[in-house]
Design a protein around this ligand. Structure first.
Ligand code: NAD
Ligand code: UFG
Length: 340
């Protein structure tokens, strides 16, 4: 049974991916420093899968500490989720973002070289496309100027991995550009568990629906879109997780040292449409007001899914209704998130 090291495997996307890997016959080892997740996730994963995964509480930037994971396990491939991801925080704390996100990736690459691990999947983001009227974004769309340090770390890490792949052709590296991951596992046992007041739309809507927050502010309704609000390609986190299994399978057969795929649904949903869909899921209205635009937001972003469909055999199955219903189930089963 091949073993996948999942860094950041205790986090939102990582934990769902651990389940998909397990369901597809992989063994999983998790390395996470719990900087943005709670240890309770491991209990939840055990409830869902019946298996206790090997877990290392380790900072991936600490190469010596991470080396132990490679020494104690025969790692076949790596999915690297470990990183900080809050856009606003990255503007306030750029050095933490550059050192954590770039430091952890370099540390992982050094150990890949040292231990002869040849397959890597990296979590990139649609944020690297920047502003363009030319949607859907294909993998060949030009990269834009990022509007925040978080986005730049993804942009830079893609370049670092291209350089690393060029220098080590025996390595197979897959860059995955996620669009907007939302929703939760159907069990309601794991989901997105942000600390403090959420920045992203779905966690915010959930808290308003639950009555924990009073009112959602729609950031601008004067965009050049049919209802004036921004359009995004929301993708169910369980679909996204499955995309990672497809990526690992692809790395087993490709000859190319580096490959790149969008992971989205190919469908855009406006903020107003997302609110409507959530109201249907929770059965009542979501209190909202229109506010000013949020700096850095682009009007429209959605993926071209052609390449992932053709080469990975990946197609998202769930729509906005399942995204909302699972998000709501997670929220109602865990009104205060997971305990520390
Ligand atoms: P998350 O914060 O829930 O998960 C990240 C996990 O990594 C957390 O458990 C955190 O404790 C851990 N971590 C952070 N730095 C670490 C380090 N130095 N060493 C060990 N562990 C560390 O975030 P997520 O939403 O699951 O995102 C996973 C990855 O996907 C991130 O790289 C993120 O940038 C990327 N991504 C996320 C989105 C999104 O909207 N959620 C979109 C595009 C890309
Ligand atoms: N929005 C609101 N009110 C809120 C929160 C969000 O109107 O309280 C709007 C935003 O203006 C945007 C849409 O909802 O139009 C989605 O916003 P999110 O913050 O949920 O997501 P973004 O598209 O801004 O960014 C997310 C991640 C990025 C990632 C990007 C692409 O935060 O890190 O998706 O994957 F790069």
């Amino acid at each position: 049974m091949p073993t996948v090291l999942v860094t950041g495997g205790n986090g939102y996307i990582g934990s769902h991916t651990v389940i998909s890997l397990f369901e597809n016959g992989y063994d999983v080892v998790i390395a996470d420093n719990l900087s943005n997740s709670k240890m309770e996730v491991q209990n939840r994963l055990e409830k869902i899968t019946g298996k206790r995964f090997k877990f290392y509480n380790v900072d991936c930037c600490d190469t010596d500490a991470l080396r132990k994971v490679f020494e104690e396990n025969k790692i076949d491939s790596i999915i690297h989720f470990a990183g900080l991801k809050a856009v606003g925080e990255s503007v306030r704390m750029p050095l933490e973002y550059y050192s954590n996100n770039i430091g952890s990736m370099i540390s992982v690459c050094k150990l890949m070289t040292e231990f002869g691990v040849n397959k890597l999947v990296f979590s990139s983001s649609a944020t690297v496309y920047g502003e363009s009227e030319d949607v859907p974004f294909t993998e060949e769309s030009p990269l834009g100027m990022c509007t925040n340090p978080y986005g730049w770390t993804k942009w830079m890490l893609e370049q670092i991995l291209r350089d690393y792949a060029k220098a080590t052709p025996e390595k197979k590296i897959c860059l995955l550009r996620y669009f907007n991951p939302v929703g939760a596992h159907e069990s309601g046992l794991i989901g997105e568990d942000p600390r403090g007041i959420p920045n992203n739309l779905f966690p915010y809507i959930s808290k308003v629906a639950a009555g924990t927050l009073d009112c959602l502010t729609i950031f601008g309704d004067d965009y050049n879109t049919p209802d004036g609000t921004c359009i995004r390609d929301y993708i169910h986190v369980v679909d996204l997780a499955k995309g990672h299994v497809k990526a690992i399978e692809f790395l087993d057969k490709t000859e190319d040292p580096i490959c790149l795929f969008n992971l989205g649904t190919g469908h855009g949903t406006s903020v107003k449409e997302a609110i409507k869909a959530f109201e249907k899921a929770c059965g009542h209205e979501i209190n909202h007001v229109i506010g000013p635009r949020r700096p850095g937001d682009i009007a429209v972003s959605f993926a071209s899914t052609e390449k992932a469909e053709k080469l990975l055999g990946f197609k998202a199955e769930y729509g906005i209704d399942e995204m909302c219903s699972t998000c709501w189930k997670w929220q109602t089963m865990n009104p205060d998130g997971l305990k520390d």
